[in-house]
Design a protein around this ligand. Structure first.
Ligand SMILES: Nc1ncnc2c1ncn2[C@@H]1O[C@H](COP(=O)(O)OP(=O)(O)OP(=O)(O)O)[C@@H](O)[C@H]1O
Ligand SMILES: [Mg+2]
Length: 324
């Protein structure tokens, strides 16, 4: 869908941030982008959305190279929209509705079309009641939702969000994930940069980890169980995976592949094991695995032809650093 190939980038007078990067956002995916501070997540997102131009390599959309002239960039922006991390860098109009209408107006769309897009975007972000409020009087979470609505009003096929849950309260995070779920159900591909490995595991079906050795992309559950990769990206194991490993080490969870994404999924695995007793807890049963128990509530996990089917390495959980 959107792809960088052999892309390099350095800011003026700065060292290279990304070198020879190959990175593909595939249609319909929920992709989580993770990496330590300064690893280049924001830079990569700005390259994908055309705000920065790679010094080497190229950006393609649907296989077509992007041209960085006015026409090419307008075409790119109707396909790919970036929501920056700080809403104050994005909002500038006097009211919420005016801000959200800015992109569609700029495309030269008829008034009725602009109005319907704005109404739809405000409703999608649950901020219809804020339409006439001055943006500078909104709370941080409300400003964040307004910034996302501005991108949604462009009806992009790919929505890229730079740390969209940072600064939101737990309810605000859940509401945002629900909104993103609805956008995905409507066919939007969503890319999110986050430092939250638990959220990444729960929400995404692909995870991309930026490490000093390059980017590693794969299906979320096995990728986010790779302690070696996570350490290189300055991250810890997701809670569910760490808990499953500790339980497995004690013989309380025989399924060697279990990677629960939610507390409910972990409870389902534990109770499935409990109901199979008595069994030898030291002996994984394999075939006795209850159907669907591996990821009962997680999203669909795509097979990535570029990756091994399951890049998880057989690791003794006792050799892993303890989960903090
Ligand atoms: N406008 C800029 N000018 C010069 N250097 C920059 C600029 N923006 C970022 N950098 C540098 O580029 C590198 C990558 O920064 P980037 O913002 O992409 O990282 P990040 O992964 O998004 O980090 P964070 O998790 O802190 O948001 C960093 O070393 C940063 O200092
Ligand atoms: Mg950043």
């Amino acid at each position: 869908m959107v792809a960088l190939s052999g892309a390099s980038f350095a800011y003026e007078e700065g060292p290279a941030v990304l070198t020879g990067l190959d990175f593909t956002v595939r249609e319909g995916r929920a992709l989580a982008l993770l990496g330590r501070n300064g690893s280049g997540k924001t830079t990569l997102m700005r390259l994908l959305s055309g705000g920065l131009r790679p010094s080497a390599g190229r950006l393609t959309v649907g296989g077509q190279p992007v041209t960085y002239d006015r026409r090419g960039l307008t075409r790119l922006r109707t396909t790919v929209q970036l929501v920056v991390q700080d809403p104050d860098d994005q909002l500038f109009a006097a009211s919420v509705a005016q801000d959200v209408s800015f992109g569609p107006l700029n495309l030269g769309l008829p008034d009725a079309e602009v109005r319907s897009r704005v109404d739809e975007a405000l409703a999608a972000l649950d901020i219809t009641a804020l339409a006439d409020r001055p943006t500078h009087l909104l709370s941080y979470g409300q400003r964040k939702r307004t910034a996302i609505a501005g991108a949604v009003a462009m009806r992009p096929r790919v929505l890229i969000l730079d740390e969209p849950t940072a600064g939101l309260d737990p309810d605000g995070q859940e509401r945002l994930l629900d909104t993103l779920g609805r956008l995905r159900a409507g066919g939007t591909t969503v890319v999110m940069a986050t430092h939250d490995v638990d959220l990444a595991l729960r929400w995404s079906d692909e995870a991309a980890l930026l490490t000093p050795q390059g980017v590693h992309t794969g299906p979320s559950a096995p990728t986010l169980a790779r302690a070696d990769l996570l350490a290189r990206a300055g991250l810890r194991l997701p809670w569910g995976i760490a808990a499953a490993e500790l339980l497995r080490a004690q013989g309380l969870l025989p399924d060697p592949d279990a990677a629960p994404r939610t507390p409910e999924a972990l409870a389902a695995l534990a109770s499935a094991h409990g109901s199979r007793k008595p069994t030898d807890p030291g002996k994984p049963t394999g075939s006795g695995k209850p159907t669907g128990a591996r990821k009962p509530t997680g999203p669909r996990e795509p097979a990535d032809p570029g990756e091994p089917a399951d890049p998880r390495e057989p690791v003794d959980p006792r050799e892993r650093p303890p989960h903090p």
